[in-house]
Design a binder for this molecule. Structure first.
Ligand code: ARG
Length: 564
């Protein structure tokens, strides 16, 4: 429940229409120290109306306020500090979570509107990069968050399965590759060929021409080119699928760049008919000077289409097929100019809906401070990373909890969860250095810490032999430590909305760390299982924390083992 609304109503009753409800709402603050109350109202906001010093306004206003809903209201300097009634609030919060369970926090803000989310989108014939991992987990979390508040997300894996690089790959394969080697170890072998191509092309530029020629053949449906492309694509997809299965991520569409190969003519014709296409040294471009952007290259001088051309076709397709309220593109920050150009070209073509296209950028992952580059073969293989995290977790379990059931499954949930959480807890624009050691640390602000806190809740409930059917409506708490937990539980719905509205899953990850820390503080100070009058309320609190952590992690795409 939003207790700010109650305070606003009480303030309004005391001051009349000196300030609107909305103004009052926005002026209310959450004090940094809990000694200053749960909310504080700064009375300088009324100084103009009352023509008095804020501290005097506070003294006078407090006399007029209805105090029944609060534990205490005090005027301190230019503030009125409100202390909510712990008993009443905790009663309400516990009852709500116990009755709504996993549905707690649901809302219908999206009203069913569809939101295509362009996410993951790795490039065929190359290993999936750390950047694609970020896109996958951020996109997946945004899909879950949006669904929770009433949108209809459509997860699209816009595979990079078209473009000049396939011409280059075909050339490299024909010159230096072998069928058997590729069959045996497709991604590694194709990557090797790709790297070799770029090395040799430095001394022999004619290779680039050959590459372009083969891509043209591919665009013209040449049988050999198509056969090789289909094969490379299929092998790559199998490899990607392994990673998606480990992460537990699914997609609603795999329409990648190649899908749009035969859908670009209408785009080019539209730009032509609207007189937007200009010829520039044989190539066709759209000038974007008035947006302060470089021109968008639509068609090369040899007639080949580009990344931009396919993205234009894809955007039109998504608009026509999904009638979206907004379309998200979870793609690295290094492509932000590309998306500005994409939106600008659509806008020039008169499509107002281009406003609803949103690039959701994220920062770079480096390794040892260096940029990762596929071309130079400087890559981190995701499948390996995930496997290492899982086996390190399993080793930890063997040491600390050797009798645990389903060890392998738990190790999977915790190891993979650690990687996802580590990625999501950073503001998405932050760049970070990839360091496996650090990723699988299970102390501090990590996924395993949050998962462990929940498994602690579950074990307390098991020890108490308590289940949710035992809940007694009306139980309440009033100590300082549970109060922090109650307040945190109460804002879960707001955090879901904030995380989605900012396209920032880190809001949820940080919230979960905070909730877990507050609960652990409570746990260290209070004997939950003591048989006294407060036991029922304490167990209900433990249950509620478990529900919210599990649901919060689920929204981030992370599982919660009951025991670990
Ligand atoms: N395949 C691209 C890459 O790896 C990302 C595609 C992003 N989505 C898009 N609609 N352009 O860089």
């Amino acid at each position: 429940m939003d207790y700010k609304k109650q305070i606003v109503a009480d303030l309004q009753a005391a001051i009349g229409d000196a300030l609107s409800q909305e103004e009052l709402y926005n002026f209310l603050e959450v004090p940094k120290m809990s000694a200053h109350g749960d909310y504080a109202f700064p009375t300088f906001s009324l100084a103009k109306v009352y023509r008095k010093a804020p501290n005097m306004i506070a003294e006078e206003l407090i006399e007029k306020l209805d105090q029944t809903n609060y534990e205490n209201i005090v005027a301190v300097g230019g503030y009125i500090n409100f202390f909510l009634n712990k008993e009443a609030v905790s009663k309400e919060v516990l009852k709500t979570i116990v009755s709504e369970k996993a549905q707690y926090g649901e809302a219908n803000i999206g009203e069913g509107g569809s939101v295509p989310i362009d996410m993951s989108s790795p490039n065929i014939a190359k290993p999936m990069s750390m950047g694609h991992l970020r896109s996958t987990v951020i996109g997946n979390a945004l899909a879950e968050l949006s669904k929770k508040i009433g949108y209809n997300p459509i997860k699209i894996n816009y595979l990079g399965d078209w473009g000049t690089q396939f011409g280059k790959l075909i050339v490299a394969f024909k010159k230096w590759g072998s069928e058997e080697a590729v069959r045996e170890n497709p991604i590694a072998e194709l990557l090797k060929l790709y790297v070799q191509f770029h090395e040799e092309a430095e001394n022999d530029p004619s290779l680039e021409d050959e590459g372009r020629a083969w891509f043209r053949k591919l665009e013209e449906d040449d049988a050999e080119a198509v056969r090789l492309w289909t094969w490379f694509r299929g092998e790559s997809l199998k490899e990607f699928q392994k990673v998606y299965d480990m992460l537990g991520v699914t997609f609603d569409s795999y329409n990648g760049e190649a899908f749009f190969n035969d859908k670009m003519d209408p785009v080019i014709e539209e730009l032509e008919s609207k007189n937007l296409l200009v010829s520039d040294q044989g190539a066709d471009i759209v000038s974007l000077e008035k947006y302060d952007l470089n021109p968008a290259l639509i068609r090369k001088s040899d007639g080949a289409t580009l990344y931009m051309t396919r993205d234009l076709a894809a955007a039109n397709f998504r608009h026509d097929n999904y009638d979206f309220v907004e379309a998200l593109y979870v793609v690295g920050n290094e492509q932000s100019i590309h998306f500005k150009q994409l939106k600008a070209v659509l806008k020039e073509a008169g499509h107002d809906w281009s406003e609803n296209i949103k690039h959701v950028p994220f920062g770079l992952i480096t390794s040892g401070g260096k940029k990762l580059s596929t071309r130079k073969g400087n890559v981190i293989l995701l499948e390996e990373v995930l496997n290492e995290a899982i086996s390190a977790t399993l080793k930890g379990i063997e040491e600390k909890n050797p009798t645990l059931e389903n060890k392998e499954e738990v190790a999977h949930q915790v190891g993979v969860g650690a990687i996802i959480f580590h990625d999501l807890k950073n503001d998405r624009m932050n760049s970070f250095d990839f360091n496996l050691e650090e990723l699988i640390q299970f102390e501090g602000e990590t996924g395993p810490y949050v998962q462990y806190t929940r498994s602690r809740c579950e074990s307390i409930l098991t020890k108490a032999n308590w289940s949710v059917e035992d809940f007694k409506s009306g139980v309440a708490l009033n100590d300082e430590e549970s109060w922090e937990v109650i307040k945190a539980l109460n804002i879960f719905p707001d955090k879901i909305q904030e995380a989605y509205q900012k396209y920032e899953p880190s809001v949820m990850a940080k919230y979960l760390i905070d909730l877990a820390q507050k609960f652990n503080k409570y746990y260290s100070k209070h004997k939950i299982l003591t048989e006294d009058a407060g036991r029922e309320a304490r167990l209900s609190l433990v249950y509620s924390v478990s529900v919210v952590i599990k649901e919060g992690l689920r929204l981030l795409g992370i599982q919660s083992p009951d025991k670990m």
